[in-house]
Design a protein around this ligand. Structure first.
Ligand SMILES: [Zn+2]
Length: 772
């Protein structure tokens, strides 16, 4: 880098650091730069520290493995396992750059910045060895990008030219480099990401609008967001033009018309598209972009979100206001909430109301904090919400799922929205213990709190330069009674203003002390489609029942017998937040803890409300039903959920003339005059059956089912008078399974007919069938 260019970059970086990145007239409040906030001891700080230890355990050279290969260099470390050994390789390095940048900014620990500097240097070297500016680690990536460059664009629904999610992966690398510039203040990353942006322009320049839309069927992360960021960072409008091309019409256009067509869509594929639109709104001020982002947020948060702030089931969005049947081991993907928090920060900046933070706080205190195991910094993919659930965690070197990538960022970023500022105003949005250094007001504030254990919050003005400004305190929606505020020990009567903030304006002096209470009481929160299924809340946190490890039997229910919600649980003495159910939980009373503490499980989040009589009647039914389901699970060797991205990938799903869709909330696959196939595990010796779910209304269809090329059955869908979902069982002949651990099932349409629709397939042990 020439000295002149270096100075130019330093100047930009310094300007960014002082003004707050991405600030403009459409944003009515500013975020403080991440380095302005230091966490004080709390579960958030513990999570951040655990995250830091894990980040330092990871070896950059191993994360760089594929980058060296695509630059023609010998790798300096073995590649990691999990998703880093698969088609999405390289995504973790992007997240790692972001995570280390935030971890450095939040703690001042230079080891994290050193890693960012070292990785950026390696990436610059890899990039310099190529003529096209590409940086990436996607296996066989040159073949893919060569095809795209020639205008050869194909997608069978989720893939791009048979590759996993290449633009999703590239987005992470863009975002990591951008965070290196603006958060870790590593100016050397700017020319690298700019060159990568030019590569993206060049790679897509021949594509027609139709080819773009085909390409965008494949998950592409927040490419529009990163390119908008890059346009702003460099002042180069070409990047904004490209950001606009990453506009997935099928999803975004209905949203800008306030049409909810989200049911059945893969959740985390969509959220970043809206974050990108939000960024573009900030740059261009197009009202339809804002409409789409705000409408989408409402449809997710107010119509598809669980009490713990997460959304989705099996990674997909269900029907609005229908959550009763969405409580499963695969509820609430963690990436989704990472992205929803990001989106919320944008919407808050445009219209700074306290209510945005009611969602934000709930998602942060429950889902995000509960998605990490503090002992070792491992994180969750899903957060299970069915009764008696346990949370599965990543492993250090062999997971690297999407949610590990966003996970290592989550716990480095707790500081970024606790405070914000407007003209001569400092806002307290979240009651997370921390110290804020607000350059603009020349102030340093220390906030001490231990929510939800304690309702009191103390905010000490440690340094003031005798200036006059307003302290605005968010009044949460959950307070059980009006907060009491005092300044230097003297009570002040405050009413929340229209935006939901309580305000104290004065000339501040060092040593000034503001104290307030946030009264909390136990309350219930029902599901929108079932008033008799509730979560218990206390302040911002969900309280969950914690069960002994060996707990079995019917899911616990609440029998309140007309008792008010606030009397369902009894607070136990001690500093920790512990409750005991007060003779209202069946089959037995137990302790309740904050959702975020229930990392190991088993725990229960939602409870059915019963009368004593109902409980007696239903206890028996519950036992029978639970036994049936457990038997089915025990008997199941493998299960495929057709039409869902990850299960299909795991089962090597492929086919010709295939389609996917949804009927009555269930996804299907079929092949029109074609075929589809997938692999299923089998047990070496047991007698087994294939159990297929069909819709009997698909009458007239005829297709063969083959096992490893041998015909198993011909399925004819006969006309029926009242269509329903049906299960068809096929005995798997032992000679077809002999010595195998896996079989390939192929569904082949008869001439001119359709194979499927297949709604589900299981391999089930036959010997246990009679217990069902
Ligand atoms: Zn994820």
């Amino acid at each position: 880098m020439t000295p002149k260019r270096f100075h130019w970059i330093v100047a930009i970086t310094a300007a960014l650091a002082s003004s707050g990145f991405g600030q403009n007239e459409r944003m009515r409040v500013r975020a403080f730069p991440p380095k302005a906030v230091r966490l004080l001891p709390s579960p958030f700080e513990s999570a951040m520290a655990a995250n830091g230890r894990y980040l330092l355990q990871l070896e950059p050279n191993r994360l760089l493995h594929g980058f060296y290969l695509s630059a023609g260099l010998p790798p300096k470390g073995e590649r990691y396992g999990g998703w880093e050994s698969r088609g999405v390789a390289g995504h973790t390095l992007g997240h790692y750059l972001s995570a280390c940048s935030y971890q450095y900014a939040a703690t001042g620990d230079s080891r994290f910045r050193d890693r960012v500097v070292a990785i950026v240097r390696e990436l610059a070297e890899c990039q310099a060895l190529r003529s096209d500016g590409y940086l990436g680690a996607i296996p066989d990536g040159d073949r893919l990008w060569g095809e795209i460059r020639r205008g050869d664009v194909r997608s069978k629904g989720f893939d791009l030219n048979g590759f996993w999610v290449p633009w999703y992966t590239q987005h992470k690398i863009f975002a990591g480099l951008i965070d290196a510039v603006r958060v870790a203040e590593v100016p050397e990353a700017l020319p690298v990401v700019k060159r990568l942006g030019e590569w993206a322009i060049d790679t897509t320049k021949v594509l027609t609008p139709e080819q773009w839309q085909t390409m965008l069927q494949c998950e592409h992360g927040g490419m529009n967001e990163s390119l908008a960021d890059l346009a702003e960072l460099t002042g180069d409008a070409r990047f904004k033009d490209l950001a606009r091309k990453f506009h997935h019409q099928a999803v975004l256009d209905p949203l800008s018309r306030k049409e909810d067509r989200l049911t059945g869509l893969h959740a985390n594929t969509q959220i970043p598209k809206l974050i990108g639109l939000a960024r573009l709104y900030e740059l261009d001020g197009k009202p339809e972009d804002r409409t789409a982002a705000e409408f989408f947020w409402d449809r997710i948060v107010n119509h598809r979100t669980f009490a713990m702030g997460g959304n989705s089931n099996h990674e997909h969005l269900g029907q609005p206001d229908r959550l009763n049947d969405q409580l499963s081991p695969e509820s609430a993907e963690t990436c989704n909430t990472y992205n929803m928090l990001k989106l919320t920060r944008h919407l808050y900046a445009w219209e700074p109301k306290a209510t945005w933070f009611d969602y934000y706080e709930r998602a942060l205190f429950n889902h995000i904090l509960g998605s990490q195991r503090t002992q070792d910094g491992m994180v969750t993919y899903f957060v299970p919400l069915q009764p008696l659930a346990t949370r599965p965690f990543s492993t250090p070197f062999d997971s690297f799922w999407c949610c590990v990538g966003t996970g290592i960022e989550n716990h480095a970023r707790y500081g970024e929205a606790i405070y914000s500022e407007a003209d001569s105003e400092i806002r307290v949005n979240l009651f997370v213990p921390s110290v804020l250094t607000a350059q603009s007001e020349g102030a340093r504030l220390r906030m001490e709190a231990s929510l939800p254990q304690d309702e009191r919050v103390r905010l000490k003005v440690e340094r003031a330069e005798g200036r006059t400004w307003t302290l605005a305190i968010r009044r949460p929606e959950w307070v059980a009674s009006s907060p009491r505020v005092s300044v230097n020990g003297r009570g002040v009567a405050l009413e929340p203003e229209q935006d939901g903030y309580l305000r104290v304006r004065r000339e501040w002096k060092s040593g000034d002390l503001v104290e307030w209470t946030l009264p909390m009481a136990v309350r219930t929160e029902p599901l929108p489609d079932n008033p008799n299924r509730v979560a218990l809340m206390y302040g911002p946190v969900v309280l969950v029942a914690r069960h002994p490890r060996e707990e079995e039997g019917p899911p616990p229910v609440l029998v309140p017998e007309r008792r008010p919600s606030s009397n369902l649980l009894r607070r136990l003495p001690g500093k920790e937040l512990r409750f005991r159910s007060a003779d209202v939980l069946r089959p037995r009373d137990t302790d309740f803890v904050p959702f975020y503490e229930a990392t190991e499980g088993p725990y229960t989040t939602y409870f059915d409300l019963f009368t004593g009589e109902q409980w007696k009647e239903r206890e028996r039914t519950y036992r029978v039903e639970a036994a049936r389901r457990a038997a089915e699970e025990r008997a199941t060797i493998d299960v495929l959920r057709p039409g869902e991205m990850q299960p299909e990938r795991d089962h090597h799903f492929e086919g010709e003339r295939i389609e996917t869709g949804e009927h009555l909330g269930r996804k299907w696959r079929h092949a029109v005059d074609g075929w589809f196939s997938f692999r299923m595990k089998v047990a070496p010796k047991a007698p087994q059956e294939l159990v297929c779910d069909y819709w009997s209304g698909d009458s007239g269809r005829v297709f063969d089912i083959e096992v490893d090329g041998v015909k198993l059955a011909t399925q004819r869908m006969e006309p029926v008078s009242s269509p329903a979902f049906v299960k068809v069982r096929y005995l798997l002949p032992p000679d077809l399974l002999a010595g195998k651990r896996e079989i390939t099932l192929r569904f082949v349409a008869h001439n001119g007919s359709v194979a499927g629709g297949l709604y589900g397939a299981r391999i089930v042990r036959k010997d246990l069938k009679k217990t069902e």
